[in-house]
Design a binder for this molecule. Sequence first.
Ligand code: C2O
Length: 576
Amino acid sequence: MEFHKVGAKPCSSYLFFAILLLFAFLASFADAAVHFHEFVIEAKPVKRLCRTHSTITVNGQFPGPTLEVRDGDTLVIKAINRARYNVTLHWHGVRQLRNPWADGPEFVTQCPIRPGQSYTYQFTIQNQQGTLWWHAHSKWLRATVYGALIIYPKLGSPYPFPMPKREIPILLGEWWDRNPMDVLRLALFTGAAPNISDALTINGQPGDLYRCSSKETAIFPVEAGETILLRIINSAMNEEMFFGVANHKLTVVAVDSAYTKPFATNVIMIAPGQTTDVLLTADQTPARYYMAAHAYNTANAPFDNTTTTAILEYKSAPFSAKKGQSLKPIFPQLPGFNDTATATAFTAQLRSISKAKVPLEIDESLFFTVGLGLINCTNPNSRRCQGPNGTRFAASINNVSFVFPRRNSLMQAYYQGQPGIFTTDFPPFPPVQYDYSGNVPRGLWQPVKATKLLKLKYRSKVQIVFQDTSVVTVEDHPMHLHGYQFYVVGSGFGNFDPKNDPAKFNLIDPPERNTIGTPPGGWVAIRFEADNPGIWLLHCHLDSHLPWGLATALLVENGVGKLQTVQPPPLDLPRC
Ligand code: C2O
């Protein structure tokens, strides 16, 4: 085509422009790929901490397969359930525009896939880049059923940072020396807290500091001088974590599939559900260096205080593992388990890479208290009331302890107009005002169980302030919203002050995320536009708190016309 000749006349330059647009449009389709996968969910023997368990895996792999796609690509994943449990899969952080059917939380957007059955998840990645992940969203299956979801930019568009020489997914996890499903079942029977895990893991391996583990510690070789990208995912069930690499600075470049302004740090804090992409330059003396993670614990409760490790190994190190000798790796300094100052300082540095489209006028201003609670028993200290002082543990948002339906999923009931599955009277603020982070009177410790949803108009501009309560204990609750990316506009300690705190909000370049923790005994404010119709679970990503009811769901109404309306469900959507 002779481009240089066009543009002589104004009308032909319009034509040229139109043709260019058409080409760009077609090219964007030509580039987008469709990835087909089969995920067989099945039990496989997995040996950790000296013992072999029959572990639920995907395709026999633990952690599960890594998905690699580009922005704009479509994924078609047939989930085949060959395990003995009901299962669903969730693509954590994928927006699933108008497509809640592919989101996955059990009894929220679908009924579970029964043993022997299958369901095909089909969805397109739209304007997301970086690292996400996928996990089971049924009971405690996600303890072992999880994997990375890596989203590269569209073909031809570079990273907004120097191209790394290699990329390594780092999945932080938790391992129980028993069947995690039984751990949950026992806890839900007794009403007490579930047992803490026996090990933390990096890519499924506990590392050198645990029994029978050092042979299989993850080792990542690097060339001296090169810069690599670590895609860190906290796929642990119940632990926020500090992560660091001995002697090496980490430069944060993205969180939760959105780029950030780069900043250097010695350590990151990452909550379950979150991802953090960091660049690391191998600029130290060629040797072996530990990367390590341990808990950041904010609750007054037992936690797994062990440390997981992997090894960053310079290929030119004098005694590399390959040469059959072991040089003891250098150990990083991690903050103390309860170092909230370091955690807060880290989180406060996160900024969107450019000016963000934060909603400025708010249509729905919501105030959500989040925290634990205790259900009193008629028969205290009975076998079913082994919680504190003969109670049962619970958790709630605005004093509603969420009960998942069992007869149908919320989304199917909504779509079919089936009454009696849920109500839409979730309170926009707590029913009683009190000193949330202070000394809370005992009479306010018992939440009410219900399946209440919060209705939102399509395109309404929403602000939610999550206020941690000190009921039972203060705690960092990593709040995750399905189907959305939100802006984290502010946070602080103590009670949110609606008069003075909003003036301090960052409405210029706040970070965009899908999961954000409440500071222990504090609050965090998020904003988003409700542009994705459907029912979207909002919950604490600690898997001990979710079954206790630390959840609700947003029902975002359809707008006008097909492009603002939930798609019809796929034909193979499981029925209850
Ligand atoms: Cu990572 Cu409701 O999920």
